[in-house]
Write a protein that binds this ligand. Structure first.
Ligand code: PLP
Length: 403
């Protein structure tokens, strides 16, 4: 079996060739909302179509040819993901519905059973609601406290204590693009025997990560942000933690045996995968990762960074623009004085340009930034300079109407 080798030297990256893999880019519209969800390559679309058109079957259940094939493809996909994030073992990769579900599993199946009143969960202020609400919910259930952390390393050293059981932060902010120093955070967290939970929803797209090297305890991400299908995500957890955790949901195939009085959970990873999985999604994601290994992702990231710098240099020429994002990031967030972000989004949409505006599911961060919403441009290696030139022209057209 050939696994994605992101460090191979046989790879290449040609922006126009890369772009031609995305059927959604064949019309005149401009897509600059990839941090919400990425466009899908033909390889993923074809694999999903092939499953539904020619080889529909369920996994881990029936014994006919197509069903056995599907089971093997799901195992292969799990191995692809394990390789991608450098997990120790395939059984540390759990299929979920997405980042949100993965973090809720950690909160309910891990944290809920270990937290006691006055224990502390340190949560960074950068977080998307899906890495805040699960902690607020489990804190209420257990009497533990959620402690707000600016994401500054020195501040972590002063907040952390023997009460701290969990430290959690995003790999990359979906608002500012900031990427924290996970190696140092991991070190500080483990000095206090706490565990580190990393939200990889945005980070995995632009920065490949080694969960072993960084000593991350739990890592969550969604397939759809990395060119894959919606409704599919991954929960990575260290084996010893996953083993000690309670099951998440009850249902078919998550058990070894069951009676009317009790049940014995299945081994990892199946213990956390009750019910029929998102088979078409997993097959599509395997095709995505297989396709991705043809490309030099480091070169693709450099290209995106250059395009981001070009974008920012053009935006900076607009008067009264205020940026919230860090430099060199594929995520560019800003506001223009006296223009409501949603008015701009509507006028850009009328010019066939897709962007994201609003609170970006990060209300506490908006409060910190002192605004009620932002305009966000998010780039992927399938974007090009023409996209940006069209965007800038469209913004000028909108300003002429709105000001
Ligand atoms: C940083 C971050 N975390 C979590 C999520 C939630 O992802 P999902 O809705 O796929 O579960 C997102 C989605 O935008 C995100 O950007």
């Amino acid at each position: 079996m050939v696994l994605p080798d992101l460090n191979s030297h046989n790879k290449h990256f040609n922006p126009e060739q890369f772009r031609s893999n995305f059927p959604a880019l064949n019309d005149q519209s401009v897509y600059l909302d990839s941090a919400a969800t990425a466009l899908k390559p033909q390889a993923m679309i074809a694999a999903t179509h092939e499953y539904y058109a020619h080889s529909t079957a369920t996994a881990q259940r029936s014994l006919h040819h197509d069903a056995l094939q599907v089971t093997a493809r799901i195992d292969k996909a799990r191995q692809y993901v394990a390789e991608f994030i450098h997990a120790n073992d395939n059984s540390e990769v759990i299929w979920t519905r997405g980042t949100t579900e993965s973090i809720n599993i950690i909160a309910q199946s891990y944290a809920r059973s270990i937290l006691k009143p006055n224990d502390e969960i340190i949560v960074s202020e950068l977080e998307h609601h899906s890495n805040l609400l699960p902690w607020l919910i489990v804190a209420e259930q257990t009497g533990a406290k959620v402690i707000k952390w600016s994401s500054n390393i020195e501040e972590l050293s002063s907040l952390i204590s023997t009460h701290t059981k969990i430290v959690t932060i995003t790999q990359m902010s979906n608002v500012t693009g900031f990427c924290p120093d996970l190696a140092t955070i991991s070190q500080i967290t483990h000095q206090y025997n706490a565990i580190l939970v990393v939200d990889g929803a945005q980070g995995i797209v632009h920065h490949s990560l080694d969960v072993k090297q960084l000593d991350i305890d739990f890592y969550a991400f969604s397939a759809h942000k990395l060119y894959g299908p919606t409704g599919l995500g991954v929960l990575y957890g260290k084996q010893q933690l996953l083993k000690q955790m309670n099951v998440w949901q009850g249902g078919g195939k998550m058990l070894k045996n069951a009676s009317f009085s009790d049940f014995q959970p299945a081994e990892l990873p199946y213990k956390f995968e009750a019910g029929t999985p998102n088979i078409a999604g997993i097959i599509g994601y395997a095709a995505t990762l297989d396709w991705l290994r043809n490309w030099d992702v480091k070169q693709a990231d450099r290209y995106t960074e250059q395009l981001a710098n070009y974008t920012k240099s053009q935006l900076e020429k607009i008067t009264d623009i205020e940026f919230y994002s860090v430099d060199n990031s594929p995520i560019i967030s800003f506001n223009i004085t006296n223009i409501h972000h949603n008015d701009l989004a509507i006028l850009l949409s009328e010019q066939k340009i897709a962007i994201r505006t609003g609170e970006l599911c990060a209300q506490p961060l908006m409060q910190k930034l002192g605004c009620h919403g932002v305009i966000r441009i998010s780039l992927m290696p399938y974007n090009n300079q023409q996209d940006i030139d069209k965007l800038i022209q469209a913004i000028h057209n909108a300003i002429a109407i709105l000001k």
